[in-house]
Design a protein around this ligand. Sequence first.
Ligand SMILES: [Zn+2]
Length: 107
Amino acid sequence: MPTRLYRNGGLNCPKCAALIPWSLVDYRTIFQCNHCRASVWVSRQYLIRSAIAHVILAGVLCFAAGMRGFLLVPSAILLSFPLGFVTSFARRRIAPPPLEINEQLDE
Ligand SMILES: [Zn+2]
């Protein structure tokens, strides 16, 4: 049951190693660890690599579906968004995003 799994687990704080529940993890912005109040964020490199991997995967799927030429690039970019959403649950389990301490806000 996805809802139940979503509520369990989370990411470990890079400063105090406590578990930050998924409900507090924000991929878009800096957030605070609920234990030590360190300002943390999801690694930007992880997000960039993930986006690139999804565009490539979407490109392969579009190519396999018969798209060629100029239409392939915008189609791959557009398909990468729902593809990223679909794979997000599995990625959390297989390769959870690393958190980084925001040095500027945490001093
Ligand atoms: Zn912490």
